[in-house]
Design a protein around this ligand. Structure first.
Ligand SMILES: [N-]=[N+]=N[C@]1([C@H](N)O)O[C@H](CO)[C@@H](O)[C@H](O)[C@H]1O
Length: 715
């Protein structure tokens, strides 16, 4: 029985209020908005429990609550005076005012939303913007009643019932469960945020004439898309602006970013759930959908299948609201997060809508902030870059990094560049030894795959590649072994608690590591390390110390990917499929400065159609057989995992891409032994990473979607 509990060398716990790329992206974008002096606010939920802590026990993932507020949070300011009542359930009544009929929502439950402000200072500017997070508190009326009746317990229960709304982050990175509490969380922060935005606007405006000039609201995936209906409800039911005026404002202020490629990742809210929790919002959604269907009839006539596909309301076993369709119908811009993603939205995911409104659709390729991902996490690299560029201006103007290209083969820069990598590898090796007791060789290639565990991200392909490498080393004679390029394979990532296959992938990593790391015949030639509890702080330690990073999703499945951009900025070479933003990375640094593999987006559907007859190499059959036969133990436990890649069920094409994967890995080995070549590729990676700064992303949103200009703080 081994229980792996460790304390990270970091003093302050992460504010892990997100699952993966989508959330980290917003954090990077907030840093860019502030640094580029844009007038912006961010809104979200102040979860009491962040993303679960991943504890590994005997190689199995266990989840522990992340009570990150245990010692308070020095970076936030509680705004007790900024609070709003948020309503749930209840009924909708008719009311006549000034001779007109209005709907009035009589709630069945009310909770208080209290603001917690998190100032986000920009880099190299006096501007700071605000991230306002909402926490749920019982609304005053509850307690009084219970207290008066002396029913103290009931008062406490009601208090807890209210607070539970902002208690815990749902740990799923992609799929949606249609849970009531999740919908309550979404509406809670949407209602508080919209009330706050309208209150702040009305503090300086007497009417809504300038509302569309002053306000632009970007919804980050469909999770906040109820904001559209909330603005419609407030302007129509409470401000009595009339439907057309309210609708005109809504369509002018909202824009929508989708981060999903798979239709099954699109949120659908059961009508029953929406109707009971938010009865007035459901009515408004029906009204919007009715008008939209009428518009479709005018344009396409009685094309019922198109109507059924495009309707915001999905009929069927569980009548549901399609939140993506709602967002597309109501927003003036819809963007994907990479060019490949945009192509898939146009041709597959939202084809009908693109055919109807092509000008609505755009893409804003993701980016990451170099302030956190170079300056903070890799100070030694930061120093070398500033020295060779002769300025630190690149921290605010990353395109200056291109200036390093001219020195990519300069022996002095190369030497300093390798020294930086060595320093960071030493830090990482120390950390690995602390948590696993495994001593790794700094001369080995540190080959890293860190991201949420998911079948489409193909961590299993990586592990099967490691088993193949191990198997080859085992069958080598002494002289061949001397030619082997030593590898330290590092994998890290959390699996959604209910995602069994992902959890089996984590166990397989540990079972293979147990065998490989303790095999005297292999020694330092190959090590496999699973880094537990992967989060932003771990990424800041691992990325600078990485030589090679893997981004091997089945082409057409990763909307963008942002981890690759952080590795790129830190001179870590990419072994990748041509998926998501990687296609644009190839254009920026050139395919010969990375290791590409696998089927292209356009080839995947045909390969899938081949099913069991798709050609897979013998090496693949062999390594899957080794797992299935219990070579690493847990024979029965891994059976279902092996079933996902055999007998025509290999939906993510691990077998079809295995040969190309091994070729790319062999190419990486070959390049690594040529230090001058490798370092040149590493310098060209960093110097070509400018496009993938979140500064460029935000400048594009500001110009093409929001129409906002920087406004520097005057004092
Ligand atoms: N949800 N979601 N989507 C993702 C990530 N999983 O968080 O958003 C990220 C941010 O846009 C993308 O980089 C990534 O490809 C995509 O899968």
């Amino acid at each position: 029985m081994s229980c792996l509990v460790f304390s990270l060398p970091f003093k302050e716990g992460d504010a892990a209020l997100g699952n993966g790329g989508l959330a980290r992206l917003s954090a990077c974008q907030m840093d860019s908005l502030a640094t580029l002096d844009f007038p912006a606010w961010g809104y979200g939920l102040r979860y009491q429990y962040g993303l679960f802590r991943q504890i590994i026990v005997d190689g199995f993932q266990h989840e522990q609550p992340d009570y990150w507020l245990n010692f308070g949070n020095p970076w936030e300011i509680e705004r007790v005076q900024v609070s709003y009542a948020v309503k749930f359930y209840g009924t909708v009544e008719e009311e006549v005012s000034n001779g007109s009929n209005y709907k009035v929502w009589i709630p069945g439950e009310t909770v208080e939303a209290v603001a917690y402000d998190n100032p986000i200072p920009g880099y190299g500017t006096r501007n700071a913007i605000n991230l306002r997070l909402w926490a749920a508190k019982p609304s005053g009326q509850y307690d009084l009643e219970s207290y008066n009746t002396g029913d103290y317990i009931n008062a406490v229960v009601n208090r807890q019932k209210a607070e539970i709304i902002s208690n815990v982050l749902y740990p799923d990175d992609r799929s949606y469960q249609g849970k009531e509490l999740r919908l309550k969380q979404q509406y809670f922060f949407v209602s508080a945020s919209i009330q706050d935005i309208i209150r702040r606007f009305k503090d300086v405006h007497d009417n809504f004439d300038e509302f569309t000039e002053k306000i632009a609201l970007q919804i980050n995936d469909t999770h906040p898309s109820l904001a559209i209906i909330e603005v419609m409800r407030v302007l129509f039911d409470e401000e009595h602006l009339g439907w057309d005026k309210a609708w005109d404002i809504v369509c002018k202020i909202f824009s929508f970013t989708t981060h999903t490629v798979q239709p099954e990742g699109l949120e659908k809210i059961p009508v029953d759930l929406m109707g009971s929790l938010l009865p007035r919002h459901l009515q408004i959604i029906y009204d919007i959908n009715y008008k939209f269907m009428e518009e479709l009839k005018k344009k396409f006539g009685q094309d019922y299948s198109r109507h059924a596909r495009m309707s915001i309301v999905e009929e069927g076993a569980v009548k549901s609201i399609r939140m993506a369709n709602l967002s597309i119908v109501c927003c003036h811009k819809v963007n994907g997060v990479s060019r490949v993603h945009f192509e898939l939205l146009k041709t597959r995911v939202f084809k009908d809508f693109y055919d109807l409104w092509p000008l609505k659709f755009q893409y804003k390729t993701n980016g990451v902030t170099q302030r956190r991902w170079i300056v903070v996490s890799n100070p030694s690299l930061c120093a070398v870059i500033s020295k060779w560029l002769g300025t630190e201006a690149w921290v605010r103007n990353i395109d200056l990094l291109a200036g390093l290209r001219d020195y990519a083969s300069d022996a002095d820069l190369q030497q300093e560049w390798r020294m930086v990598k060595k320093i960071n590898k030493m830090r990482l090796a120390e950390y690995i030894e602390t948590l696993s007791g495994v001593k790794v060789s700094l001369d080995a290639m540190f080959d890293v795959q860190i991201k949420r565990i998911h079948e489409y991200k193909r961590q299993l392909l990586n592990v099967l590649g490691i088993i193949h490498r191990y198997d080859c080393i085992k069958s080598m004679n002494e002289s061949d072994r001397r030619k082997v390029v030593p590898r330290v394979c590092i994998i890290g990532g959390k699996a959604a608690p209910g995602y069994e296959i992902a959890k089996k992938i984590i166990k397989l990593c540990h079972a293979v590591a147990e065998k490989v790391n303790n095999d005297p015949g292999v020694g330092d030639l190959l090590k496999l390390i699973f880094i537990p509890d992967y989060n932003v702080s771990v990424a800041e330690l691992v990325i600078p110390g990485s030589d090679l990073s893997q981004h091997v999703s089945t082409a057409g499945h990763e909307a963008s990917g942002t981890g690759s951009m952080k590795f790129l900025m830190n001179g870590c070479l990419l072994l990748a499929t041509a998926d998501g933003s990687t296609v644009e990375i190839i254009e920026e640094i050139g395919a010969d400065n990375m290791f590409l593999l696998g089927a292209r987006v356009s080839e995947v559907p045909a390969l899938r159609d081949q099913g069991a007859s798709v050609r897979v190499p013998l090496q693949f059959v062999r390594v899957v057989r080794m797992v299935r036969d219990g070579y690493f133990g847990f024979k029965d436990y891994f059976e279902s995992l092996c079933d996902t890649v055999e007998n025509g069920k290999d939906f993510y094409l691990l077998g079809a891409d295995f040969a190309s994967y091994l070729e790319a890995q062999a190419a990486a080995d070959l390049a690594f032994v040529n230090q001058e070549k490798w370092t040149r590729m590493s310098i060209l990676s960093t110097s070509g990473s400018g496009r993938f700064s979140s500064d460029r992303t935000i400048e594009e949103y500001a110009e093409q979607t929001w129409g906002i200009e920087p406004c520097k703080c005057p004092f």
